[in-house]
Design a binder for this molecule. Sequence first.
Ligand code: PHB
Length: 394
Amino acid sequence: MTSRRQVLTQSAALIGAASAGMVLPARAQSTKIRIGLMLPYTGTFAQLGIACDNGFRMALEEKGNKLGGKDIEYFKVDDESEPSKGVENANKLVQRDKVDVLVGTVHSGVQMGIHKVARETGVLNIIPNAGMHAATRALCAPNVFRTSFTNSQPTLALGNVMVQKGHKKAVWITWKYAAGDEAGEGFKQGYLAAGGTIVKELGLPFPNVEFQALLTEIASIKPDAVACFFSGGGASKFIRDYAAAGLAGKIPLYGSGFLTEGLLDDELAPSAQGIITTLHYSTSLATKRNDAFRLAYAKAFKMQPDVYAVQGYDAGQLLIQGAAAVNGDFSNKKTLYTAMENAVIDSPRGKWTMSKAHNPVQDMYVRVVKGKENVVQGVAAKALSDSGAGCKLA
Ligand code: PHB
């Protein structure tokens, strides 16, 4: 083993060499594939970031931790879901650690920072969650791929479900940032087309959880139903406050599936019964593929997977397919990207393919909370593709 003292001596020697005008190796001549994970490991989305990380590592672990025959090495940054540090954090991985691929992130605002760095440097970026439209619409890029969703995809399918249940006048409520606003766009499009009316749009800044005044307003409006986008720790608080305000069971609560995803523990479940959501996954999906995934995940991490774990796992699967096509040579970009574009991902959510704009074409499920599960009731939209509006990729 190399001691700390040896390392210090070696780096002192390197600095000496550099100041003497000698050329330093760009990297420590590593033949390993360098993978950068930029995810929230703290804050309201911490649980989501950890699940993405778990899922990704599990996919690679299943292949002996090799990509295209080469060993891998991980680099990790906690982005804290803090948009103002997005560019700086992405650059830690790209410029400092010289990663071959950046896997991240969860929060759409932080994704803007990663996207800027990805476009400027050309580094391969796989998005395991954040749904910001621009990444696979107007600002789409050959080196940026998403294994999750666009923010409007899950809510596009929600409006029809609500109208079919006779809920034609709804209040929409969300955090006011890209993910909430774009989820609202999707909801509006689907709900209006199905014949619904949005009577009021309410919002609060991310990651604020002071819901009381807004819930009082909802109670006074008395809509047929409420639809929302919340996620992680904030979603859990919203569900509990909704019940505590006496609204649960009186004004049905709907949302994109993030509202209840990965959150239904003993404490939250009683407040969440009957909440209906739409999402591209449910832990309760009864397929062989999902059963096997659940079992393996539970064994490895001593907990149940959720949609974030699946998206991370599929980011790993996508990278494995790409790397195999170039035998681990990430400089062969054309072949790498073509393989990733043509990949068919055998996901626990069901098989899916990439749209031309590099976003999943996937089924959306209707789920209802029963006990501690999001029980699948049916498919709300089959092979749903995002519009990819403004994307100029061939
Ligand atoms: C996002 O910011 O894009 C985001 C965050 C959490 C989710 C979904 C989307 O559950």
